[in-house]
Design a protein around this ligand. Structure first.
Ligand SMILES: [Zn+2]
Length: 402
């Protein structure tokens, strides 16, 4: 939407947006923050501007990773330095044509949103997956969005020519130009982009030559922002690629859930409800199991109570250890658990057990070469393995004097 001056004279990307390579001359080289750059006599590579990202391409054998306007010159940022002199510059055409489709799609969308519906575009972003325009309307219903999308589709089918031309500011003042967003202090000829019979706008970007080349444009989402509405869209080849991705995902979901497209959401909801129900039941069963185990462990004759569990978590171990020492306050309890590669331990002592639990915990974790901590009457930790479990239990028996 905004205009930028580009390089001295009219660059090739502006004169001939469909030109993919060009023999030219490297006239200036340099380095910016460790990255080499080159300025060319002429270029087919579009520098970032007006919402359209920079082109990528090649300069001789070097990859061009970014293109920026710097004090009126177009700098090609390179992955490695090049020497001044004759060269060939070429554009990554798939990326450029995609940008031309999104960008021209935006011109059409903006023109129709304003001309037919009275919604003014206040910003445009061309993103790697989705592009968006910000419209100065607080909300848009699905019906309004459908009407906008249908109107855009009709103008794509109408195959209206899209043309660029330069005019003097005096000439532009007499034309029905939609916006006049120019860089501060800009003077000189203006570049106008016309969608024949529909729109006339200042722009320095690259565009397809006919609305039919936009292929299609789908409004995919909206987002409220700053009193306006951000409308996300996809145009051109992206639309087909995105549909392909969605179809592949749906096919995978249909296979996993063994159902048709129409039932996918309902089946997933049902499965999630079932899962939540099962999780509640597992927690309940674990509580019951912990109570049963705690009363069994509390009644063992030894002062050192120890047990190992597979597949339980740290919370279960803590709950069980607390229940055991609550029921048998003179005992010290060492509980261990393994789940996959994770090995956990909890050490706890009852109120009538005179041991210093944090110090003892440090000793026990030392036996396992593990890490952990705690305070008061309970210590928990993570260890590499329980190979030296017997040694730890022996240490505890010595500590309680049994
Ligand atoms: Zn444009």
């Amino acid at each position: 939407m905004t205009y930028h001056a580009g390089m001295r004279g009219m660059p090739a990307y502006e004169r001939e947006p469909y030109l993919t390579e060009l023999d030219t001359v490297v006239v200036e080289v340099g380095e910016m923050a460790g990255q080499p750059w080159a300025v060319l006599e002429d270029t087919v590579l579009y520098p970032e501007g007006g919402g359209q990202p920079a082109d990528h391409g090649r300069l001789g054998e070097a990859h061009v990773v970014d293109v920026r306007t710097h004090e009126g010159a177009v700098r090609h940022l390179l992955e490695r330095p090049v020497a001044p002199g004759p060269t060939r510059v070429s554009v990554d055409w798939a990326r450029r044509f995609d940008h031309m489709q999104q960008h021209t799609g935006q011109h059409l969308l903006t023109a129709i949103a304003l001309g037919r519906f009275g919604w003014r575009t206040t910003a445009f972003h061309l993103g790697p997956a989705l592009s968006d325009v910000e419209l100065d309307v607080p909300t848009l219903s699905r019906d309004q969005l459908d009407a906008l999308e249908d109107a855009v589709a009709a103008e794509i089918r109408a195959a209206r020519p899209v043309r660029a031309r330069r005019v003097s500011p005096e000439e532009a003042a007499l034309l029905p130009v939609r916006s006049r967003l120019l860089p501060e202090g800009f003077s000189g000829d203006l570049r106008l982009i016309e969608i024949e019979g529909l729109d006339l706008n200042t722009c320095g970007g690259t565009h397809v030559r006919c609305t039919a080349e936009i292929e299609g444009l789908k409004l995919v989402a909206t987002e409220a922002m700053r009193g306006g509405t951000r409308v996300f869209f996809v145009a051109g080849g992206r639309l087909r690629r995105r549909l392909g991705t969605h179809e592949a995902r749906n096919a995978a979901l249909r296979a996993v859930l063994d159902t048709g497209d129409d039932e996918l959401v309902a089946i997933v909801r049902l499965k999630l409800e079932q899962l939540q129900g099962s999780q509640r039941r597992v927690r309940q069963l674990e509580e019951e199991a912990a109570e049963t185990r705690a009363s069994a462990l509390a009644t063992v004759p030894e002062r050192v109570v120890e047990a190992h569990f597979d597949g339980v978590d740290g919370a279960f171990l803590q709950k069980l250890a607390r229940a055991v020492v609550a029921a048998a306050p003179a005992k010290v309890v060492l509980l261990t658990a393994s789940r996959g590669e994770t090995h956990l331990l909890v050490l706890a002592a009852g109120e009538r057990c005179p041991l210093e639990v944090p110090a003892l915990g440090k000793q026990v974790l030392g036996v396992f070469d593990g890490k952990g901590g705690g305070s008061g009457r309970l210590v928990q930790g993570k260890v590499g393995s329980f190979a030296r479990r017997e040694e730890a239990i022996h240490l505890l028996r010595q500590a309680v004097g049994s």
